[in-house]
Design a protein around this ligand. Structure first.
Ligand code: GRF
Length: 206
């Protein structure tokens, strides 16, 4: 336990979102009995996840891509805006929960080994650029996999390439569609994202 932190203090985390926020909701619901405290919810676009944050009384901010910027320039601008928000709210670690911008620049070094992501496949399989949401499940089915699941991993400068902290598995059924497979994996994601964030908190707080 670092000496400048009061005993029993929780890890101050930001959750970055881009979509419906069901993973965020799992983190919000488990917060009271977990070693983390959500001090900021930030998105790269307007999304329902921000409404979940507001309903829970959390700061809900948008770091929107600036007009006219594309590609890595846009990613860097969003990442730098998020880094400023993290400084403003005293964020110690970041959880990506359905966040769709690949972060670039200073935020990566500032939060090295302190960013985790939830990905809906058994990494390293079916990860990387373009592998998000239904694209993942369609690729798993096309490959004829017998099982799939989700992974919580540390975020490095790559896409879905950092150390895997934990995985949860589901069997692929022969009549599965991308939707039915996603629906069976989501509940496992909610368990994994809470467990993975607690693991990160214990690792940093120890
Ligand atoms: C989840 O399937 C997650 O695995 C992926 O994006 C989706 C986010 O859903 N990273 P939600 O916004 O948490 O509902």
């Amino acid at each position: 336990m670092s000496n400048e932190r009061p005993a029993g203090a929780k890890l101050r985390v930001a959750v970055f979102v881009s979509g419906g926020g069901t993973n965020l909701q799992a983190l919000l619901d488990a917060e009271r009995t977990s070693p983390y405290e959500i001090v900021l919810v930030a998105a790269d676009r307007d999304c329902f996840a921000l409404k979940r944050a507001q309903k829970a009384g959390k700061p809900a901010k948008i770091a929107r891509k600036p007009e006219g910027l594309t590609g890595d320039e846009a990613r860097l601008a969003v990442s730098d805006a998020l880094l400023s928000l993290c400084a403003e709210f005293g964020v110690e670690a970041i959880v990506l929960a359905g966040f769709l911008t690949i972060m670039k620049g200073r935020i990566i070094a500032k939060f090295a080994n302190k960013v985790i992501n939830i990905h809906p496949s058994l990494l390293p399989k079916f990860g990387g650029k373009g592998m998000w949401g239904h694209h993942v499940h369609e690729a798993v089915l096309a490959a004829g996999e017998a099982e799939s699941g989700c992974s919580v991993h540390l975020v490095d400068s790559g896409c879905d390439t950092g150390e895997v902290l934990l995985q949860r598995r589901v069997a692929v059924k022969k009549d599965d569609t991308a939707e039915s497979l996603a629906a069976r994996i989501l509940p496992e994601e909610y368990i994994a994202i809470v467990e993975g964030t607690a693991m990160l908190a214990r690792r940093i707080l120890s």
